[in-house]
Ligand binder design. Structure first.
Ligand SMILES: C[S@@+](CC[C@H](N)C(=O)[O-])C[C@H]1O[C@@H](n2cnc3c(N)ncnc32)[C@H](O)[C@@H]1O
Length: 280
């Protein structure tokens, strides 16, 4: 049993220290994530379809196809937004680094005869110039990135947009952070769970760091003597912080809302949705 390795994982990770492997890319977990994206009983990986329908109707009002025809959906998951946008007449490119999600999204697009350009790649290494009228980054994925990766992604998005192009993204607010409980726990699973197959144990650390950052760490102990560690980070934002990051990346704020359905933002809102325009 690699006890030394387990103890190593008990050391408190430095802010945004990455785990050896990406949670989204683990072959077994990514299959569970696809199920979670499609599961209508929880909002774990994607919002419910009824909410996504409302979001796409709203996007079609505030960034209509007549002015924002060419769209890039970043971190598109199984394509729940991309397919609805294509049906509204947008010309959609959609990127996700999960092969499992992209394979599923492509099969749905083929079945429904939708001409969506799905690409399996990381949006952190994606680079295009003056291509799109609109970029979307939906379901608070921005906050899962370190501040360096957020800067890099905003730079990539800025370059990919045409002059006057817009970006719509959402983040979790500081109000949502009040729900976060710091705690350590462990659980023994007798059979398959979200994390692994067969009998295994899961040690979890939820920890609040300074400046609105949280860690959800999972250490997975398997019967075949392997140990896996996944660090999932999150930055929560107030309006000032999200606006200043976007302005710092040469975007101009055009509007902000409570969510991607266009509800009015208040200090009680659990998310903040911003629409920004490429400057310069
Ligand atoms: C919270 S899910 C949201 C999915 C989709 N936007 C939705 O709301 O249904 C985040 C998605 O971002 C993808 N993702 C995370 N980091 C990525 C990266 N560096 N490049 C491409 N996709 C990424 C994940 O695979 C996952 O599908």
């Amino acid at each position: 049993m690699p006890v030394k390795q387990i103890i190593h994982y008990f050391n408190e990770p430095k802010q945004y220290e990455k785990s050896e492997r990406e949670f989204w890319l683990d072959p077994y977990i990514s299959k569970q994530l696809l199920k979670a994206h499609l599961d209508q009983t929880n909002d774990g990986a994607s919002r419910k379809l009824s909410v996504i329908d409302r979001s796409v109707d709203w996007l079609n009002e505030v960034v209509p196809t007549v002015d924002f025809k060419k769209v890039i959906d970043l971190g598109c998951g199984p394509g729940l937004y991309a397919e609805r946008l294509a049906k509204k007449g947008y010309e959609v490119t959609a990127i996700d680094f999960s092969k499992n999600s992209i394979d599923y999204a492509r099969s749905v697009a083929n079945e429904q005869d939708l001409a969506i350009d799905y690409r399996c790649e990381s949006y952190l290494s994606w680079k295009e110039q003056d291509q799109y009228d609109l970029a979307l980054l939906i379901y608070c994925d921005y906050g899962a990135l370190s501040s360096e990766d957020r800067k890099l992604l905003l730079k990539n998005i800025h370059a990919s947009l045409k002059k006057g192009g817009k970006l719509v993204l959402d983040v979790f607010s500081l109000q949502k952070l009040t729900d976060f409980q710091s705690e350590n726990s462990w659980k023994l699973y007798e059979s398959d769970s979200f994390w692994s197959t067969g009998k295994h144990a899961v040690i979890s650390r939820n920890k609040r760091y300074d400046h609105g950052i949280t860690l959800e760490q999972t250490i997975l102990l398997k019967e075949d003597d392997t140990v896996e560690n996944f660090n999932i980070w999150h930055q929560y934002f107030d309006l000032h912080k999200i606006i200043s990051e976007l302005e710092g990346a040469s975007f101009e704020i055009t509007a902000y809302y409570a969510d991607v359905c266009g509800n009015e933002y208040t200090e009680q809102s659990e998310t903040i949705c911003v629409i920004v325009e490429k400057k310069g």
